[in-house]
Design a protein around this ligand. Structure first.
Ligand SMILES: N=c1c2ncn([C@@H]3O[C@H](COP(=O)(O)OP(=O)(O)OP(=O)(O)O)[C@@H](O)[C@H]3O)c2ncn1[C@@H]1O[C@H](COP(=O)(O)O)[C@@H](O)[C@H]1O
Length: 103
């Protein structure tokens, strides 16, 4: 890890990102890519297509054993997944609870 992420847990980062996504959904700033996904003419298909593309890129990165690309594509997927969850009114705590139940 590097930079200012060293003193923040992964959980904090995800919570903060989800809070930003929820804020963009409510306030829809014009210059925000996240907001543009909520208002896209394709509706939820815009984020679903993005998740499909990113997943293909993730698979290719894994097949190529490209460590850095794998991390990059994973982050893209997590971000777009959080947008999808917000779009469908699923709270990140529901995801957390689902994962915790599997332990
Ligand atoms: N985590 C992200 C994030 N990940 C990806 N993206 C955007 O998603 C878009 C598509 O991503 P891609 O990786 O597919 O980019 P691409 O240009 O198609 O290129 P490829 O890598 O696919 O070849 C790009 O415009 C990225 O900037 C993101 N946009 C925003 N965030 C977070 O959302 C917050 C709010 O940002 P705004 O959307 O600007 O309000 C930011 O502070 C970030 O924390």
């Amino acid at each position: 890890m590097s930079g200012d992420t060293t003193d923040r847990s992964t959980d904090d980062v995800l919570d903060e990102l989800f809070a930003v996504v929820e804020d963009r959904k409510t306030n829809l700033p014009e210059d925000s890519y996240t907001a543009s996904l909520f208002t896209h003419e394709k509706g939820e298909n815009a984020v679903l297509e993005k998740l499909g593309e990113e997943t293909t890129e993730l698979v290719l990165a894994a097949k190529d054993d490209d460590h850095d690309e794998l991390v990059h594509e994973s982050a893209d997927i997590v971000y777009h997944l959080l947008v999808l969850l917000s779009m469908k009114d699923v709270d990140i705590d529901e995801l957390r609870a689902e994962l915790a139940e599997r332990r």
